[in-house]
Each structure stands twice: as structure tokens, then as C-alpha cells.
Design a protein around this ligand. Sequence first.
Ligand code: FAD
Length: 465
Amino acid sequence: GDFPIETDTIVIGAGPGGYVAAIRAAQLGQKVTIVEKGSLGGVCLNVGCIPSKALIAASHRYETALNSEDVGIKAEKVTVDFSKVQEWKAGVVKKLTGGVEGLLKGNKVDIVQGEAYFVDENSLKVMDENSSQTYTFKNAIIATGSRPIELPTFKYSKRVLDSTGALNLDEIPGKLVVIGGGYVGTELGTAYANLGSEVTILEGADDILSGFEKQMTALVKRNLKKKKVEIVTKAMAKGVEETENGVTVKFEAKGEEKTVEADYVLVTVGRKPNTDELGLEQIGVKMTDRGVIEIDKQCRTNVTNIFAIGDIVPGPPLAHKASYEGKIAAEVISGQPSEIDYLGIPAVVFSEPELATVGYTEKQAKDEGLDIDAAKFPFAANGRALSLNNTDGFVKLVTRKEDGLVIGAQIAGANASDMISELGLAIEAGMTVEDIAMTIHAHPTLGEITMEAAEVALGTPIHIV
Ligand code: FAD
């Protein structure tokens, strides 16, 4: 018999949204059950953020080893053992997913393997192979994430890859075509180009990395060009034919039908929410046509005891956004008055150079009618950047004209991914450019670029005229 198991809060999906929500809810005294049909850590730890950054890091080491003659280092016979790279990457993932399991257990969260399906507003069934178990709950947090969109003309196969396939190749492609120049396509395209693949990126829009400013993407494109990556914009991918040892990709650009041959084609044209097989219609949870769940500022759906977080709700599909929402939902369920405020959510591309943004861009601020200033300082005028041989890029601060309040920042350059946190903090804390300029930054560091950008805003930079 299926005797229902009672719990306070049930979390569906153990990605960066779900596992963080479960831990926070447990910390706040809830009896928590988390259901996962795949692997703990979700997309991010298993087939997303972490393995992609590991592959990028390995590829960067190789590329740097080959190309350091300008600093007087010449390495001979640098080789890649790709199966070793993959093994190392798998080890990183395993360490982290094992860590998540330990953290959940340490917080007394009950981990259940299987696929959850809602029966009604207070119960769901978990199916695993041939067993089924009912759970009753007071509150539920849905954190089921997203999956790659499959184009009907590009059915995934051994050579037509989604991001997971591209991360888990057992060889470095001689030639790789990437369809979609978003951050995933750009990051993985860069990684394989570093490892020696000949890469072509086909992008439907008029530029790659849409959403980032042209002055930022221009730097990335210049580097991709150096790596001999071909970027075709306004390209409509039409279809693919698999040959014995590769693929022929058909596309249209500038009104012409073209083909390109490759060993593999990676298709990254967006993701869709995993909300179609959960029984949500049954309990009346409101969704858009695309299956995105609507939530209020407390991550609550239209059904009062059901919450939703991460890739299945509106906003940028990013791990740190999922985790942030997870904490909010757990706190709200535990009776705290928490609310989401997305202004301080950064977005990063791990390209070369890295791109990062937080808060308003100049354009967004102007479009909203805000009276703003923008101040920029280049990496090339910073001692640390020079001594790292990484002089590409800038820090830009977007500030409110009347008082210099920092409302946004964009960084292109080495370690932009880490540097953006200072500016997220500035926004969260309501700091002005004067606060940043008065903060003593260690010398020589890339952080001084941020300090100097603040001094540019004040009209008194030291290292630029
Ligand atoms: P997910 O991580 O997708 O987790 C959802 C979990 O729910 C899955 O484990 C799934 O198995 C489980 N599940 C689904 N349905 C059920 C069910 N019915 N029952 C039980 N379990 C279920 N983001 C960043 O911020 N930085 C990056 O650098 C970055 N790099 C990325 C690189 C790649 C290649 C990809 C694909 C994504 C990347 N992302 C990155 C995005 C990031 O991975 C996602 O935004 C994040 O994983 C979303 O978290 P989530 O908790 O909403 O869902």
C-alpha cells in the first residue's frame, strides 16, 4: 500500500534553486523533503555552469601554454590528453554534487530519488522505476529547471549536440559548427577553439551575445577572430544532414543558401521550462504559453501554498538567480517577510575577455528616463592588468546624475566575473561613486580599475588624463 509520508515543505528539483531552498527551509525549522529525478545539483553542477567553466579553464591553460611567447615563454610539445581533461572535469562535478548531498543530509533534508507529479494542492506522487510513493505537504517549492530547445530541423543525435553533448565529447572536434551565439554557444565555441577546433558560429540576430553592449561584445569578437572563429550573423540555420563521419549544416545568410561541413554541430538556441509533466494544470498553477510559471515578489504562484523558482519563472535563467529565489521562497514559507529585488543580479559571460553586468546599462537607464552619467576606466591603464598581460577591457559605472548613486556597472576584461561582485554590493548597499573612490583598493589589483572608474565619475582620476 502507498501510505502517504507527511512533510512540511517539499522541494521538487535539486538544482541550484531547489537544493538552496531546501537547506534554507531546513535551517529555519521546516521538515523538508527534496525530490530529484536526475542528479543532485541539477543542470548547473552536472551539465551547465561547473563543467563548462572547467572545460573553459582547461582550454585556456592549453591556449596560454601555446601562446606566451610575447612574455618570453616558449613551450614546446604542448599536448592535450582530452580524456584526462574530461576525467578531471568529471571529478570537479563529482566533488560538488557529493558536497550538495552532504549539505542536504547535514541539514536533515530528506532526499528522495524519483519524478514528482502533483495529485492536488497538498499531495504529490513520486515515481521511481516501478514504485510510487505519495507525499503530503503544507508548502511546495517547484524548482524543476529547464532543458534545451530542440529545433525540428536539428534533431539531437551523436553529431547534432545540445550543450550536454558538447560538454561530454570524447574527442576534440576537428571542425565544430555552433548554432546560436548566446553565452553558452560563445563559451563552448571559445573552449573548443582554444583546444584547436575550427569553429563557426551561426547567429540569427545581428550580433552574438545580444543583451551585452556592442563595446563589450566587440572585444570578444576580436579575440574570436584571432582564434580564427568564423562568426556569421543574420544566419538562419535550415537543417542538417548526417554523413558517416560528420554533418553538413545548411543555412541562409544574406539571401543565399549555404552549407558548412563539420564533425559536430552544437545547437544552443535557448531553453524551455520543465513544467509540462508535473500535473500543474491539475492544481491550477498559472503559466504562460511557453510554460513559464507566474510568481509574485515572494515567489508564490497563484496557488497560495505552491512556490516556484529558477529557470521556470520569468527573468534571466541563471544559477545565482535560482538560488536567490530559493532562499526567498524558503524564508517566506517560514514566515519571514522576504521579497525579491532583481536590480543587483549580475550576468556573466566566461568569454575572452570575460563580460559582466549588474543593474542598469546606460541604455536601460536612459530608456527609463533616468538622468544618468557613465564613467569608464580602461584595463590598459592599470598596472596589474599590464603585468598579467591582460589589457583588454574596461569598467563602466552607471550613476544617478544628481548624487552619483551607483545604479549599474558593466565590466569587460580579465576576472570581470569576480570584479562585478563589488559593484553588486555597491548597488545593494546604495553606495555612491564617492564611496567607491574613497575605498582603499590594494595595489596592484584589477579592483583599482573600479576605484579609478569611480574617480573618473568624480572628475579626478589619477592614472588617466
Ligand atoms: P536546474 O538546475 O535545471 O535543476 C532542476 C532539477 O529538477 C534537475 O536536476 C531535474 O532533474 C529536476 N527535475 C525536473 N523535473 C522533475 C520532476 N518532475 N521530479 C523531480 N525532479 C525533477 N548559469 C549561471 O548562472 N552561470 C553559468 O556560468 C552558467 N553556465 C551554464 C552553462 C550551460 C552549458 C548551461 C546549459 C547552463 C548554464 N547556466 C549558467 C544556467 C544554469 O545552469 C541554470 O540557470 C540553473 O541550473 C537553473 O537552476 P534550477 O534550480 O532552476 O534548475
